[in-house]
Write a protein that binds this ligand. Structure first.
Ligand code: NAP
Length: 455
């Protein structure tokens, strides 16, 4: 089957690509293996030089790159531009900090010298999603290449142009041929790449079925894996919160990237003391968002990236209402049949016993819940198979400490929305996956912490 790039705001096909043949894939694997050998000899300062050049290319070409992202997956152009700039920030961050992260750690023992040094593992396969088609890749690419690993990118099938563009950018930045390659392959070919002895490890960002499948294969072949999977992040609002800021942020946290972010706030758990006001003002704010052509600068919400995503959202909203939830606003697809547009939607009181409560909702649909106490808020928040991020809004220091301690998540943000930042480790627990990206922790995932003992 050809790999197809389709504009989700019009349904028009932009380009088709033939997947790699077995011979082409073999050539790329061979190139990656030989590139890795040679790349070991490239000094860290030179890698940093290339990484800084890559950052400059991203900055200089932010407008064209943003347009490509928006055309392929439909995010509003302002968000696409911010995404490109964030990639540049990550490149500069790792160019600056890699030397520190890679410095051997001296551990005094009875030896004349004992320490841990950090060596690259080799060629790492990155299986990536379409929702942040540049950022998801760069947060793997920047630390991996600075550490001396090589990358193979199997991007989501609906963003092949972004995939090829990233490889081209790395070449133009001066990284040697083969250090970072895009593989236009279908997901059914991923197994072949993982089992190849020239591939040392794999990272996957995507849905739970994809993560489970990749992790099983990695386990079978005893290869390191990192999984960044789905989320159903809670956004908790307590009576002491600054309600005005909390509501503004809640809207942004639910609708960022047309609602298709792993760390989007998906369940709004609001204390009864402020529930009615929150519900009313939040629903009005969701209603006033501008839905439409994502290439327009004033658009807040564009189409969902794929028709499949739109159908899933429609089915999930129906399932919520069928289970007894109340529709406050939205609930329907919009703007005709061509684009994949869905109304910003607010639903309250979904029974926790319903199957859909346990699912991730990947679109502009907010679920509201009323709770009577801090304990109940925490209980609701943790009642999910996922554990990616959590945002809690309270000015009470005692409440704050309880949330930090008791929320089951890879990150807890107080009085702020959950966001990724190159300086902070990012990752989840429970069904949201394992391992970390970003910061020093992200770079260390694909390094051999080699113990050295010299008697
Ligand atoms: P997806 O359908 O799982 O696809 C992600 C990637 O995995 C794509 O490259 C896909 O290729 C590939 N893939 C799918 N099934 C596979 C299989 N059985 N074996 C090997 N590869 C497979 O996910 P998505 O729809 O692109 O992304 C949305 C999901 O990603 C959401 O659940 C979201 O929460 C999660 N996500 C998580 C994070 C995080 O950091 N935790 C960040 C962003 C997104 P094809 O496109 O060819 O199928």
């Amino acid at each position: 089957m050809p790999i197809t790039s389709t504009n989700p705001s019009t349904g028009k096909i932009l380009r088709h690509f033939e997947p790699l043949t077995s011979e082409q894939l073999e050539a790329k694997l061979a190139l990656a293996a030989s590139a890795w050998k040679a790349y070991q000899e490239v000094p860290l300062e030179h890698r940093a030089l290339c990484m800084r050049k890559l950052a400059s290319l991203l900055d200089d070409e932010a407008d064209e790159l943003a347009r490509l992202i928006t055309l392929e997956m439909g995010k509003p152009i302002r968000g696409a531009r911010a995404e490109v700039q964030k990639c540049a920030t990550a490149c500069r961050y790792y160019a600056e900090h890699a030397a520190k992260f890679l410095t051997p750690e001296v551990i005094p023992t009875e030896a004349s010298s004992s320490y841990v040094r950090f060596d690259p593992l080799g060629v790492v396969l990155a299986v990536m999603p379409w929702n942040f088609p540049l950022w998801q890749v760069f947060r793997f690419l920047a630390p991996a290449l600075m550490a001396g690993n090589c990358g193979l990118l199997k991007h989501a099938s609906n963003v092949p142009q972004c995939s090829l563009t990233i490889e081209a950018l790395t070449r133009r930045a001066g990284f040697p041929r083969g250090v970072f390659q895009s593989l236009l392959i279908e997901s059914s070919t991923v197994a072949k790449v993982i089992e190849d002895p020239r591939v040392a490890a794999v990272t996957v960002t995507g849905s739970n079925p994809a993560g489970s499948s990749v992790a099983s294969l990695a386990g079978k072949h005893i290869k390191k894996s990192v999984l960044e999977l789905g989320g159903s992040d809670p956004f908790i609002v307590m009576p002491s919160a600054d309600l005005h800021v909390a509501i503004d942020t809640a809207v942004k946290a639910r609708t960022v990237n047309n609602g298709q972010s792993c760390i989007a706030a998906k369940r709004f758990i609001v204390h009864e003391g402020v529930y009615s006001e929150f519900e009313e003002r939040f629903a009005i704010a969701m209603d006033t968002l501008k839905v439409g052509d994502p290439l327009r600068e004033d658009t807040d919400i564009g189409p969902l990236a794929t028709e499949q995503g739109l159908l899933e959202i429609e089915a999930q909203v129906k399932a919520c209402l069928h289970a007894g939830a109340r529709l406050i606003t939205g609930g329907e697809r919009m703007l005709g049949e061509q684009g994949h547009y869905f109304e910003p939607t607010v639903i309250s009181g979904l029974p926790r016993t319903s199957a859909v409560y346990q699912e991730e909702i990947f679109g502009p649909v907010a679920l509201l819940f009323r709770v009577t106490s801090l304990d109940q808020a925490i209980e609701f928040a943790n009642d999910t198979p996922f554990g990616l991020g959590a945002s809690a809004w309270t000015r009470d220091p005692v409440d704050q400490q309880r949330f930090v301690r008791d929320l089951q998540a890879g990150a807890v943000f107080l009085n702020a929305m959950v966001a990724s930042d190159p300086r902070l480790p990012f990752g989840g627990i429970k069904q949201s996956g394992y391992g970390r990206e970003l910061a020093a922790a992200g770079m260390r995932e694909f390094l051999n912490a080699k113990t050295v003992f010299i008697a």
